[in-house]
Design a protein around this ligand. Structure first.
Ligand code: BYC
Length: 470
C-alpha cells in the first residue's frame, strides 16, 4: 500500500476511518511542530535532499527529493500485518499476537513505549546545533535525515499512546514534548540522552554506539506480543540502518584522515596538522560506548524477566534462537565483582536478559573496531589500535556503577582511577581541540580537513551535489 501524502497526517493505519483518533493526533501535531521549531535544527535552510517513506514493502519504500525542512511530512507507518503471527516466547508462546492490550499489561507496555518515545526527540535536541558546523553538505544532509526520522519515530510511539492508552496515553504524548535533553527540571528519562552532542566526532560516535542501542532495543520490541508495537518497530529499524551507517562511515572517515596524517608526517601528534589524534578518538569512543552500555539497564532485572515472561519484550532475534523460548530453567554466565576481581557467575537467564541483549550489542560494536583498525593498518599505522574499553569502565547503571574499573578491566581505587581519567576520557583540552576544528564547509563537493571524504554520495548522487541549499 502506497502512502497518501495529501492527508494531513500521512499514514498506513487507516486514520481517516477513526475520526476520534485522527482528531486527537491532529491536535498533537501543532505541539510537535512547535517543538520542532524550538528544539529542532537551528540552521536555517532553503531545502534539503531527503528521503521520505512512501511505502513499507520490501522494495522502493523511500522517495528522495528536495524538501523544505519545516514542511517535512512526518507520518505513521507500520510494517505490514502478518495475520498468522503468533507469540514466539514466554508464557503465552504459541498464542495469537494481541491487537489490543490485555489490561494487566497496560502500565508496563506504556512505560516501555514512553521510554522508547522519549529517546527520539531527545536525540534531535542533542543535535540541534550541529548544523552550524557540518564538515560538508553531504554530512549536513545526513544530520537532517537522521533528525527528521527521529522525529518520525516519536510519531510512531505517539500513535501507539493515542491509539491504545486512552487519556493516560494522550497525557504521556504531551509530556514527551515537555521533557528536554539536559534540562535541570524535566530531563529526558535515560542518561545518555541528557549528554551533549556538541561536535561532529561526538555525533558520529553517538550514531555508532547510541543508535546501535536503539537497534537492539527496537529489535526486542519488534518481538513483542503486542502486534502494533512489533510492526511499528519493524519499520523503524529499516530507517535506523541509515543512522548507524552515518556513524560507522563517519568514524571511518575520521580514522582514515588521522591515519593518513600520521603516516605522511610520521607522528602521533596530528593535532597541529588539523587532525584528531588517535588517542582522542579512543577517548571519545570510551565515553560514548560506556554511556550507551548504561542504556541496557541493570545486568539483572526483574522488570525484564517479567517483560519476557508476559510477552511484552523478546530477545534479540528471538525466533532464530534454538531453545524453548521460555527460559524458566536456563542459566547464563554474568560478570560480577567479587572482592577485587571480576568473575563470571551463573544466574537465571530470565533475570539476566538485559545482559543477554548487551552481549549481542557488544559483539556488534566490535565489528566497528575491527574495520577502524583495518583502516589504520591499511594506512601503515602499526602502533596502538582502537579498542572497546572493559564493560565495567565508567558505568553509572548496573553492577559496575560506582566501581573504579580501568579500560583494561582492572579494579583500582578511586584516587588511582581519577588520576588516570585524563588518559581515558576526553579532557577540556581534547574537547577544545575538536571544537576548534568544527568550522562549517558548505561549498558543494568541499570537505573539512579533519576527515576523509565519503566513498559515495547519497542515492547515487555525486559528491559535489548540492545536498542542502540555503
Ligand atoms: N538511565 O530494572 P532495570 C534509541 C531505570 S535508544 C536512567 O535494570 P529495565 C535511540 C529503569 O527505567 C533505545 N534510568 O531496568 C538511539 C528502571 O526504572 P523504574 C531506547 C535507567 O527496566 C539514538 C530502573 O532504572 N529504548 O532508540 O530492566 C537516537 C531499574 O533498572 C537507565 C529503550 O530503552 C538509564 N540508562 O531496563 C534515538 C527500550 N537504565 O522502571 C533513539 C525501552 C535503567 O524502576 N526501555 N534505568 O522506574 C526498556 O526496555 C527498559 O526500560 C530499559 C531498562 C532497557 C531502559
Amino acid at each position: 500500500m502506497s502512502i497518501d501524502y495529501t492527508e494531513r497526517i500521512p499514514n498506513n493505519v487507516n486514520l481517516a476511518e477513526d475520526r476520534r483518533l485522527q482528531r486527537a493526533l491532529e491536535s498533537w501535531q501543532p505541539a510537535f511542530l512547535q517543538w520542532w521549531g524550538e528544539m529542532g535544527p537551528t540552521l536555517p535552510t532553503q531545502d534539503v535532499y531527503l528521503r521520505t517513506a512512501v511505502a513499507v514493502g520490501r522494495e522502493g519504500w523511500a522517495n528522495f527529493a528536495r524538501v523544505k525542512l519545516p514542511e517535512y511530512r512526518w507520518g505513521i507507518f507500520l510494517a505490514e500485518r502478518d495475520p498468522g503471527r503468533r507469540i514466539a516466547f514466554g508464557q503465552h508462546k504459541g498464542e495469537p499476537v494481541w491487537q489490543q492490550i490485555p489490561g494487566e499489561h497496560r502500565s508496563s507496555l506504556q512505560r516501555l513505549i514512553v521510554v522508547q518515545g522519549d529517546t527520539e526527540p531527545a536525540s534531535v535536541e542533542q543535535q540541534r546545533r550541529l548544523g552550524l558546523t557540518a564538515p560538508s553538505l553531504y554530512d549536513l544532509r545526513n544530520l537532517f535525515q537522521v533528525n527528521v526520522e527521529e522525529g518520525r519515530h516519536l510519531w510512531a510511539m505517539v500513535y501507539l499512546l493515542h491509539a491504545y492508552f486512552g487519556r493516560a496515553g494522550r497525557d504521556e504524548a504531551e509530556a514527551l514534548l515537555l521533557r528536554n535533553s539536559g534540562s535541570e527540571d524535566s530531563p529526558r528519562i535515560l542518561g545518555a540522552f541528557n549528554e551533549e552532542t556538541p561536535d561532529w566526532l561526538s555525533f558520529f560516535m553517538f550514531t555508532y554506539f547510541t543508535d546501535r542501542d536503539g537497534k537492539y532495543q527496537l529489535g526486542t520490541l519488534k518481538e513483542s506480543a503486542f502486534d502494533p508495537l512489533s510492526r511499528t518497530c519493524e519499520f523503524m529499524l529499516k530507517e535506523e540502518a541509515h543512522h548507524m551507517f552515518v556513524g560507522t562511515t563517519g568514524v571511518d572517515r575520521v580514522v582514515e584522515r588521522t591515519a593518513v596524517l600520521m603516516r605522511e608526517h610520521d607522528t602521533d601528534d596530528v593535532a597541529p596538522l588539523g587532525g584528531i589524534p588517535l588517542a582522542v578518538i579512543q577517548k571519545y569512543l570510551n565515553f560514548h560506548y560506556s554511556v550507551s552500555l548504561d542504556l541496557f539497564g541493570g545486568e539483572t532485572s526483574t522488570n525484564v524477566a517479567n517483560y519476557f515472561t508476559s510477552g511484552l519484550k523478546g530477545r534479540w532475534q528471538e525466533e532464530r534462537r534454538r531453545d524453548g523460548h521460555v527460559l524458566t530453567e536456563a542459566v547464563t554466565a554474568v560478570e560480577q565483582i567479587e572482592g577485587d576481581r571480576i568473575v563470571a557467575v551463573e544466574l537465571p537467564a530470565l533475570t539476566a536478559l538485559n545482559h543477554d541483549l548487551r552481549t549481542s550489542y557488544i559483539a556488534d560494536c566490535e565489528t566497528g573496531i575491527t574495520r577502524w583498525n583495518r583502516i589504520l593498518a591499511s594506512n601503515g599505522v602499526t602502533g596502538p589500535q582502537l579498542r572497546l574499553p572493559h564493560v565495567g569502565f565508567d558505568r553509572k547503571v548496573g553492577m559496575f556503577a560506582g566501581c573504579h574499573i580501568t579500560p583494561d578491566g582492572r579494579i583500582v581505587d578511586a584516587a588511582a582511577w581519577e588520576a588516570r581519567r585524563p588518559a581515558w576520557l576526553p579532557t577540556a583540552a581534547d574537547k577544545a581541540h575538536v571544537e576548534s576544528l568544527m568550522r562549517p564547509v558548505y561549498e558543494p563537493g568541499k570537505i573539512a580537513a579533519w576527515l576523509a571524504p565519503p566513498r559515495n554520495g547519497i542515492n547515487g548522487q555525486p559528491l559535489d551535489y548540492e545536498y542542502v541549499r540555503f
